[in-house]
Design a protein around this ligand. Structure first.
Ligand SMILES: [Mn+2]
Length: 488
């Protein structure tokens, strides 16, 4: 089952095999219906229209909204901003009414909206045109271009793996080129597109996503907001444990105005104030997570955890916490206003959990190991059965690597980190056995901080000087760690 390797070379070959052909490049190709979209935008830009932007309710949605907002803000008067409460994506009756009342001429919806044709038409009927820039699967809508709307969705294009931030960035690049303008905020916007790639867990095997994430890893210090939090370890931890949770907490706690302000604000003093206020909200969210787990009904068995909670917008955070605590898949569910059961799934490892649910006809959307769920009481039992059919974790590693040579170990680690950068969730973990002598124990601690990301330590021997490290290749969690390593 394991491949036992004793030298650097086989590992290098293993890595080379799996990373062959990977590049970082921003491809130049047309986005679906971009011509119609560009024409619509050009018309409104030239006639001095009032613009509105519907931000989506996560970090990708904030980043893509920010990119569009700043681009328009440089040319026109300040656009109006809209965002749903209760973490709802896309158009609904409440936000549609707000948009219709707002006096805008054109609404840009980022990171959502592709399936909301009914509400789009309502907005059109009020004399407002609609442009959608999205990357989500389209459901029950094939009217991508109408008299007063255009839907640009990369699901129908050449690169379906872009984040919404990536889509908006690319659209503005195409638009400015078509209009013969400079894209003056290009570098800044690439940073935010890079953040959106990481926050939406988009595949980093994808060349364009790699390009954006790489840009962020090399230029993030230019953004005020990334300089605010104190962080330790790799820059990756700055995003995964500081910036992304901070922004998401504002949205989950319905502080949507502050979430938007935080990404738009460029004055350090005002940003610091916003960050302080945001920290209070983040702490509130965390204590609500704890109290939901404590007061909710939590069912535990060897294969899964199910928590029945009250605070729906926190279901993702709660499921996350349960996975970390128990190491097995978790769902946090609540009764929605419409009577259905809703919630979030989080799983450990690299398994395709989402497919399990979708194949059985259960409404599930998101990423393979992190997604939203919706089901009826009748389907509830089926879900418990499903959980029992998941394989055990962690999956078997493909390679065991033995080493007692420190220099070589670092070489392995560097290769591993490089490989992690090239890998993604679909790849099997490594098992790395590091035999360190007593004076080198401090180095062990150092290794631990360098190779951060989803990995585990298992000490099979129980001897204090031997450590076996399972390194799970996971690019999006390691890319910035790799940068840190390479800088040394
Ligand atoms: Mn998104």
């Amino acid at each position: 089952m394991f491949t036992q390797v004793e030298s650097v070379k086989p590992l290098k070959e293993y890595i080379a095999e799996r990373s062959e052909g990977l590049t970082e490049d921003l491809r130049v190709y047309a986005l679906p219906y971009e011509e119609q979209a560009i024409n619509m935008m050009r018309r409104h830009l030239l006639s001095g229209s009032h613009f509105g932007i519907l931000f989506d309710v996560d970090v990708d949605g904030l980043a893509s909204g920010l990119i569009m907002y700043e681009f328009l803000g440089e040319l026109e008067e300040t656009p109006k901003t809209f965002m749903n409460i209760d973490k709802e994506h896309g158009l609904n009756d409440a936000i549609t009414a707000e948009i219709i009342q707002s006096g805008i001429d054109i609404l840009v919806i980022v990171d959502a909206g592709s399936s909301d044709i009914h509400h789009i038409k309502q907005i059109n009927n009020a004399g407002i045109e609609v442009l959608v820039l999205d990357h989500h699967e389209i459901e029950g809508n094939d009217e991508f271009v109408g008299a007063h709307h255009v839907i640009v969705n990369v699901c129908m294009g050449e690169n379906t793996e872009l984040s919404a931030g990536g889509v908006v960035f690319k659209f503005i690049e195409r638009l400015t080129a078509a209009m013969g303008m400079d894209y003056t905020l290009r570098n800044r916007h690439l940073n935010w597109a890079g953040l959106s790639v990481i926050s939406d867990s988009c595949s980093l095997l994808n060349d364009e996503n790699r390009y954006m994430a790489r840009h962020l890893s090399e230029n993030f210090r230019q953004e005020q907001i990334f300089g605010l939090p104190k962080y330790y370890g790799s820059p990756r931890s700055l995003f995964s444990f500081q910036v992304i949770p901070m922004l998401n907490a504002q949205i989950r706690m319905n502080q949507t105005k502050r979430a938007i302000q935080m990404v738009l604000e460029r004055s350090k003093r005002r940003l610091t104030d916003l960050w302080d206020q945001g920290t209070e909200t983040l702490n509130e969210a965390r204590s609500l997570v704890d109290s939901n787990i404590k007061n909710g009904r939590v069912t535990k068995n060897a294969n899964f955890t199910i928590a029945q909670i009250t605070h729906g917008t926190l279901s993702g955070l709660i499921a996350n916490k349960l996975v970390k605590e128990r190491g097995v898949p978790a769902i946090a569910i609540y009764r929605s206003k419409t009577g259905t059961i809703r919630g979030s799934f989080r799983g450990p490892g690299t398994h395709h959990y989402l497919d399990y649910f979708q194949e059985r006809g259960i409404w599930a959307k998101g990423h393979q190991a992190a997604f939203g769920l919706q089901f009826t009481d009748a389907e509830f039992e089926m879900i418990a059965d499903l959980y029992n059919s998941f394989p055990s974790y962690p999956p078997s590693p493909e390679i065991i690597l033995n080493t007692d040579n420190l220099t070589e170990t670092f070489t392995y680690m560097r290769d591993m980190a490089r490989f992690n950068e090239l890998a993604d969730h679909r790849l099997q973990p490594f098992l790395l056995k590091v035999n360190l002598q007593a004076p080198q124990m401090s180095v062990y601690g150092k290794l631990k901080t360098i190779i951060d990301g989803p990995w585990e330590i298992k000490d099979f021997t129980e001897k204090p000087l031997t450590r076996t490290i399972i390194v799970k290749p996971c690019l999006d969690n390691s890319i910035l760690g790799y940068q840190l390593l390479r800088d040394r």
